[in-house]
Design a protein around this ligand. Structure first.
Ligand code: GLC
Length: 542
C-alpha cells in the first residue's frame, strides 16, 4: 500500500467515544409517527418506534425541535426552551422517552435553537413592549435609515428584508429567518447566561447532546455594514443569496460563543455538540474550535451539496480528510429536513451506493428518517404547502415540505403513520416502499442499510479505522479502511455501466463481504473485481 492513512500520523490518545463510533439518526418529529391520532407525529410515536431504531442498529437519535412553539417555522421558532409543545407531548413523556432510549443503550440529542426565539417568547414580548424594557437589548434593534426604510441591506433567509418594523417602539428588529423569529443578541451577557442555562436544563435531565441550529449565524457585525453582492448569484437562485453574508454570518467571534456552549457540555460527562453550519469546508474547520474545544462535530454537508458523481465525491472526501486538524473527528450527512432527499438527488439505484458510502467513510454518519426505505421528495400541491419558505419564495423549489412527508411504516392506510389524514401527504408509492415490506425483503434498501450498519458495528476498521483513498477508474470511488491488521476495501460504481477494479496491486487475498445488490457475499475474488452498474462492494483483504 503506497497511500498514506490519515490517522496514522496522529494516533488518538483515548479510545473512541460513542459519537465517534456511533451512527446518528435524525427524526423530524412531526413526520415520524403519530401516537395520538391528530395527524402529527409526536413523542409517544417516537417511543413506539424505538424497537425499530434498535433493530436498524443506530446509536443516537436526534429529534428536531419539540419545544413550545407557534410553529411559524415548525418548531424552529421556540417560545419556551424548557418545556415540550403539547403537539408533541409533555415533559413527563419526554422523560419516559429518554429513559427508554437509555435503557436500550442508545443516546438522545435535542435540537438547540439559539440564534432566534419565537416572536411569542416572553423575552421578545417584553423586549418589544418598550424601548425601556429590561429585555430590549436581548434582541437586535435599529433606527430606520434616513429615508425611513430598513437600517441596511441585510436579507432574511426566507425572503425579503431581514428587518421588521415595530410600530409600537418605532424601531426595526433583525431576523435572519422569518419575522416571527427575531434574532437574539448574543453579545449581551444576560442572553448568554439565559441560553446556556437552557443547555444545563436538558443536560441535567440526561440528554446526551445537541444539534445546534445555524451555529454560524450567532453574531452580526456591530457596525451593521451592508452585505456585498454575490457575484455568483443568478435568477432562479434564492433571493437571499443575491448578497454574500460577510457581515451576518461566520464572524470570527462566533467561536467564542461556541466555546461557551462547549464549556457547558464539558461540565457533564460524555455529552456532545453537533453544529449546523452551511459553509465551505475550509471555513467549517474553525468550528471544531481551538484545539478541538468547539463543536464536537460541525456538520459536513458536502454529500448533500455536491453533484452526485464519482469525481466530485472522491475529490470532496480527499479535500475534507486533508483539511481536518489532528484533533478533529470527521462526519458525513446524506440528508436532512431542509434539503432534497438522496433518492431524489441521486436516483433509486444510486441511493444504495450512497448508503454504502455514508456507512463506510471515516467519520460519524448522520441518517435522515425515511432515507433508509428510499423515500423520495413528494410533490406538494399549492394548496397543501405548509413550509413558510415555499410560501414566501414560491416556485423556486426551495420549499421543504417534500422532504418532510410522513414516514412509511406499512401498506396500511396513511402508511400507518397515523390513523387520520396526516399534516402532509403520504408519498404515492408507500405501498411499495415501507418498513414492513422492506423488512421482509432480504434485498431491499432497508435490508442493505441494516446489513451495512451491522458490518460497521462489527468492524472496527469501518467504524473508527483509518482511511486512505485509492486510485480508481472512471465512475469509481475506492478507498481502504484499516484497523490494526484488518483492512477493508470499498469500491463504489457511481455510473450506469459495468466497471472493473484491479485488485492485483493490493497483493492480498480478497473476499467480498457485501454488495449493494445483496446477492453475493463471502466470495473469494479473482484479480479483477467486476462491478455492475450502480454497484458498491465491501471487500475484506488478508
Ligand atoms: C435551520 C433549520 C431549518 C430552520 C432554520 C431556522 O437551518 O434546519 O429548518 O428553518 O434553521 O431556524
Amino acid at each position: 500500500m503506497k497511500s498514506q492513512f490519515t490517522n496514522e500520523i496522529f494516533p488518538r490518545p483515548e479510545d473512541f467515544r460513542w459519537w465517534e463510533r456511533g451512527i446518528i439518526y435524525q427524526i423530524y418529529p412531526r413526520s415520524f409517527k403519530d401516537g395520538n391520532g391528530d395527524g402529527i407525529g409526536d413523542l409517544s410515536g417516537v417511543r413506539e418506534k424505538l424497537d425499530y431504531l434498535q433493530w436498524l442498529g443506530v446509536d443516537a437519535v436526534w429529534i428536531s425541535p419539540i419545544f413550545p412553539s407557534p410553529m411559524a417555522d415548525f418548531g424552529y421558532d421556540v417560545s419556551n426552551y424548557t418545556d415540550i409543545d403539547p403537539i408533541f407531548g409533555t415533559l413527563a413523556e419526554f422523560d419516559a422517552l429518554l429513559a427508554e432510549v437509555h435503557r436500550r443503550g442508545m443516546k438522545l440529542l435535542l435540537d438547540y435553537v439559539p440564534n432566534h426565539t419565537s416572536d411569542q417568547h416572553p423575552w421578545f414580548i417584553d423586549a418589544r413592549s418598550s424601548r425601556m424594557s429590561a429585555k430590549r437589548d436581548w434582541y437586535i434593534w435599529r433606527d430606520p435609515a434616513p429615508d425611513g426604510g430598513p437600517p441596511n441591506n441585510w436579507r432574511a433567509n426566507f425572503g425579503g428584508a431581514a428587518w421588521a418594523w415595530d410600530e409600537n417602539t418605532e424601531q426595526y428588529y433583525y431576523h435572519a429567518f422569518l419575522k416571527e423569529q427575531p434574532d437574539l443578541n448574543w453579545r449581551n451577557p444576560q442572553v448568554q447566561h439565559a441560553m446556556l442555562e437552557v443547555l444545563r436544563f436538558w443536560l441535567q435531565r440526561g440528554v446526551d447532546g445537541f444539534r445546534v441550529d445555524v451555529m454560524h449565524h450567532l453574531l452580526k457585525d456591530t457596525d451593521f455594514r451592508d452585505n456585498p453582492p454575490n457575484p455568483d448569484w443568478h435568477p432562479g437562485m434564492s433571493p437571499y443569496r443575491e448578497l454574500l453574508t460577510t457581515y451576518t454570518a461566520d464572524l470570527p467571534e462566533v467561536q467564542e460563543i461556541v466555546a461557551l456552549m462547549r464549556g457547558v457540555l464539558d461540565e457533564y460527562d460524555d455529552r456532545m455538540l453537533v453544529g449546523e453550519i452551511y459553509l465551505p469546508v475550509e471555513r467549517l474547520m474553525a468550528y471544531y474550535g481551538a484545539s478541538g474545544r468547539g463543536a464536537h462535530l460541525p456538520f459536513n454537508f458536502q454529500l448533500i451539496r455536491l453533484a452526485w458523481n464519482a469525481k466530485e465525491i472522491a475529490e470532496a472526501v480527499e479535500r475534507y480528510e486533508a483539511l481536518l486538524p489532528s484533533y478533529a473527528w470527521p462526519n458525513w450527512v446524506l440528508g436532512n429536513h431542509d434539503k432534497p432527499r438522496i433518492a431524489t438527488r441521486a436516483g433509486a439505484a444510486q441511493a444504495r451506493v450512497a448508503a454504502m458510502l455514508l456507512l463506510t467513510l471515516r467519520g460519524t454518519p448522520t441518517m435522515y428518517y425515511g432515507d433508509e426505505i428510499g423515500m423520495h421528495d413528494v410533490p406538494i400541491a399549492p394548496d397543501q404547502v405548509q413550509d413558510p419558505f415555499e410560501k414566501n419564495v414560491p416556485g423556486l423549489g426551495l420549499g421543504r415540505d417534500p422532504v418532510r412527508t410522513p414516514m412509511q411504516w406499512s401498506s396500511g392506510q396513511w402508511a400507518e403513520f397515523s390513523t387520520v389524514r396526516p399534516w402532509l401527504p403520504v408519498a404515492d408509492d408507500y405501498r411499495n416502499a415501507n418498513v414492513e415490506l422492506e423488512r421482509k425483503d432480504a434485498s431491499s434498501l432497508l435490508s442493505l442499510y441494516r446489513r451495512l450498519i451491522e458490518l460497521r458495528r462489527a468492524e472496527r476498521a469501518l467504524s473508527v479505522g483509518d482511511y486512505a483513498a485509492l486510485p480508481a477508474g472512471e465512475d469509481l470511488v475506492a478507498y481502504m479502511r484499516k484497523a490494526g491488521s484488518r483492512r477493508i476495501l470499498i469500491v463504489l460504481n457511481f455510473g450506469a455501466r459495468p466497471r472493473r477494479f484491479n485488485l492485483n496491486e493490493l497483493e492480498a487475498q480478497a473476499v467480498l463481504l457485501l454488495s449493494t445488490y445483496l446477492d453475493r457475499e463471502r466470495k473469494k475474488l479473482a484479480a479483477e473485481l467486476q462491478l455492475r452498474p450502480d454497484e458498491g462492494v465491501n471487500v475484506e483483504l488478508s
